[in-house]
Design a protein around this ligand. Structure first.
Ligand code: ZN
Length: 308
């Protein structure tokens, strides 16, 4: 039970649309209801009111709503009204290796390219992983479906949001404290459809529960709220080809850098060798001095014993 929740938004009874607390009449005259329990809400929005304006339940309410279900519901309400979103960029590290077939011979192909272009061993790992294969871009869609049951060989899953464009679709999973678990993930892999998650926490943490619909809309559209959970196999194949094209182009540009890098590495190595020789020589010298000192002490000892 949590009827203490203070919402900045609710649903208008007549329009059935999302309204801000500042757009409606005060008190019960606001004519709005709760998304969770359908009860009438009370608008606390008098100009003289010092507290932040909000909707609240009747004190006797036994509504189960909480901030997590609220922000999750809000995300879906806002997405209903959108026609496009930004897709986040795709890096090599975004591509998962669940599609074993697609990734076959992949490492060998990279190593061969690295060898061909004389990429220094120390640069090879980061070079591959930080590569942006596809920049962030805008995805336009025809309509949004919600809570769609999807059949997979491993059983049924319910996808929060499905963005449809013609015969293509992308899954969208807004989450707060429960990101997609491994069980659902495996079902998504089996179904093989590109899937994005939207992290609602950063927005909620930085705005508490008081923000405008436009601020939330901007966050949901922007690529910074999203990350790739899965990219479908066919698309991954295309991206890998793109990756090799881009990689080869980059390697061509960076060839002089590799040459310089190797020259510097060699210079450092020969410096290290010289230093090692120097250290050895010094330690030999020191040892000699020690032994001389020892010798001297021995003579002194002998001398003092003899002439006591
Ligand atoms: Zn409620």
């Amino acid at each position: 039970m949590n009827s203490q929740i203070k919402y900045p938004f609710a649903i208008g009874k007549e329009t059935n649309k999302l309204v801000s607390v500042d757009e409606v009449k005060n008190g019960k005259k606001c004519n709005c209801y709760c998304y969770e329990c359908n009860e009438d809400l009370i608008a606390v929005n008098n100009v003289t009111n010092k507290r932040a304006h909000h909707f609240r339940h009747d004190p006797k309410s036994i509504c189960n709503a909480n901030y997590e279900t609220f922000i999750h519901w809000m995300a879906k309400e806002v997405l209903k009204g959108l026609k496009s979103i930004e897709l986040p960029e795709i890096r090599f590290k975004t591509l998962n290796d669940d599609y074993v077939q697609v990734f076959q011979n992949f490492e060998k192909r990279i190593t061969k390219l690295y060898d061909d272009y004389n990429v220094p061993v120390d640069l090879r790992h980061s070079y591959k992983y930080d590569f942006v294969i596809q920049e962030s871009k805008i995805l336009e869609f025809d309509n949004c479906l919600f809570e769609e049951p999807i059949r997979t060989k491993m059983g049924l899953i319910v996808v929060d949001v499905v963005l449809k464009k013609g015969n293509n679709y992308i899954f969208l999973e807004p989450f707060y404290s429960n990101p997609i678990d491994s069980f659902k993930y495996q079902k998504l892999v089996d179904h093989d459809n590109s899937t994005l998650s939207i992290d609602l926490r950063p927005f909620h943490f930085s705005n508490n529960n008081f923000f405008t619909i436009d601020e939330f809309k901007e966050y949901l559209i922007s690529e910074r709220s999203k990350s790739w959970v899965l990219i479908r196999e066919k698309k991954v194949k295309g991206l890998i080809n793109k990756f090799f094209q881009k990689l080869e182009k980059r390697l061509n540009i960076d060839m002089p850098i590799f040459k310089e890098f190797i020259t510097i590495q060699k210079a450092i190595k020969s410096l290290n060798v010289e230093q090692e020789i120097l250290i050895k020589a010094m330690s030999k010298l020191n040892n000699k001095e020690y032994s001389k000192e020892d010798e001297l002490n021995k003579i002194k000892e002998d001398y003092s014993l003899r002439y006591k």
